[in-house]
Write a protein that binds this ligand. Structure first.
Ligand SMILES: Cc1cc2nc3c(=O)[nH]c(=O)nc-3n(C[C@H](O)[C@H](O)[C@H](O)COP(=O)(O)O)c2cc1C
Length: 218
């Protein structure tokens, strides 16, 4: 018997056409949002912002970010239930990490008297910071972990999704300037339910490189 995790991962796929009449129930959204918040990251840095586009007004703004490129992804913005922007902090600093350390104290994970020692992990951020203070390669990697986690959770919940690196990061920065607050969005996720007849991708078989090609157990 196939393990349910494998069934979920075999069933999930990238939706190419959404049913605009269907919306993800709030109870499922709550699970998705909490799963995102619980995502793992290096030194628990959590260098991300998740901006959920739910209202028609916000969807119009997102729709407008496709003015110049990646128009093939644009139809999802108004037909999917929600769009989630995965944004990373391109300049992660010690002050950002202090929020993590202090939350660790609040949550009872770190003793208040061990606050200074808790900054030891910040060395990982430092080795991933260039001479201009840019941490984008590292923080973006963390944000993709949250993305992967989200894809799996959506599969479990039977919610369809479309990951979109085909987004105009510059226009998103302009149009969602206030919400992003300096963070950068280079990947977004449409979620909802695929169109019954018109999603050509829904019926195609899953295709991946063989286990032999990608897996080595030693
Ligand atoms: C980081 C990332 C970016 C992607 N960008 C797009 C995109 O812009 N538009 C799109 O239709 N699919 C996009 N995809 C979907 C991939 O093409 C798809 O995940 C891959 O072909 C595997 O197929 P499956 O998701 O149906 O299993 C993206 C997937 C990932 C993980």
């Amino acid at each position: 018997m196939t393990h349910p995790i494998i069934t979920d991962l075999q069933n999930r796929y990238t939706a190419k056409k959404y049913d605009a009449s269907k919306r993800v129930p709030q109870a499922d959204l709550d699970v998705v949002y909490e799963a995102m918040r619980l995502s793992a990251s290096s030194i628990n840095s959590q260098p991300w912002k998740f901006i959920v586009i739910e209202s028609d007004a916000a969807k119009q703004r997102m729709h407008d970010t496709f003015a110049n490129k990646f128009q093939f992804n644009q139809p999802h913005i108004k037909s999917a239930s929600h769009i989630i922007l995965f944004a990373h902090n391109p300049h992660y600093t010690r002050a950002d990490y202090a929020k993590v350390v202090d939350k660790g104290i609040e949550d009872g994970r770190t003793k208040p008297e061990e606050r200074e020692q808790a900054f030891g992990g910040f060395a990982f951020a430092e080795i991933n910071t260039d001479e201009t203070g840019n941490t984008a390669t590292w923080t973006k990697s963390q944000t993709y972990l949250a993305l992967g986690n989200t894809l799996h959770v959506l599969a479990r919940l039977g919610i369809d999704s479309t990951t979109m690196e085909g987004v105009d990061s510059q226009l998103i920065s302009d149009i969602f300037k206030d919400e992003l607050d300096g963070y950068v969005c280079e990947v977004a996720l449409a979620i909802g339910y695929h169109h019954g007849d018109e999603d050509y991708n829904a019926g195609l078989p899953k295709s991946r490189l063989s286990s032999e090609a990608v897996m080595t157990v030693i």
